[in-house]
Design a protein around this ligand. Structure first.
Ligand SMILES: [Zn+2]
Ligand SMILES: [Zn+2]
Length: 186
């Protein structure tokens, strides 16, 4: 055995019978690869992803109440430079027994619960964590609020080399068309 830290890929798969009445605290770190994420375009999920919370059992339903934390790298939506962004999401999910009707979410005491299914013997949190990571991907990430973006004309990064392209007065061909516009008939 080498001295290297070995990940335990099964840490997010819990035997339901081992969840006591008072609940089972979970504090785990998993490598991003353990999620078997379908590749998210342009998004790098850093390792590890941390999952903390409590698993509890009510009859044949299993609840997870906790938070999922991690770090993502995404390109700036204006200049395409890499942006590193942390996320920490609170999540509540319920795992129903196999064969249950699955709506996408239910309301419980006014709170949203994400719905999943357990196998009957085990509850697998991978899909929940995956879904939360996907939701955490920012829609329009910016490297900074004042990002000047890429020049539409020369393609240069205006944060690094301010170019003078934007001073050009529109497209000269359009200017010609304007002059050709037929006067309105009377
Ligand atoms: Zn930027
Ligand atoms: Zn330019």
């Amino acid at each position: 055995m080498g001295g290297k830290k070995r990940w335990q890929p099964s840490v997010l798969v819990v035997e339901i019978a081992k969840i006591p009445v008072e609940g089972l605290p979970l504090d785990a770190e998993i490598p991003a690869t353990a999620l078997h994420l379908p590749p998210l375009p342009d998004v790098t999920v850093r390792t590890p992803i941390r999952i903390r919370g409590l698993l509890s059992r009510v009859t044949d339903q299993v609840y997870f109440d906790g938070r999922i934390e991690g770090v993502l790298q995404v390109p700036c939506s204006r200049c395409l430079e890499e942006v590193t962004t942390g996320f920490c999401v609170e999540t509540r999910a319920v795992y129903l027994p196999p064969g249950s009707e699955l709506a996408s979410e239910v309301e419980a005491e006014g709170e949203e619960l994400d719905l999943y299914q357990h196998s009957g013997n085990t509850v697998d949190l991978h899909e929940l964590v995956y879904d939360q990571v996907v939701l955490a991907v920012p829609v329009q990430p910016l490297c900074r609020d004042t990002c000047a973006g890429l020049c539409q004309v020369c393609g240069g990064n205006r944060n690094i080399t301010p170019c003078t392209c934007q001073e050009a007065e529109g497209d000269p061909r359009l200017a010609v068309l304007k002059r050709l516009r037929v006067p309105e008939s009377s």
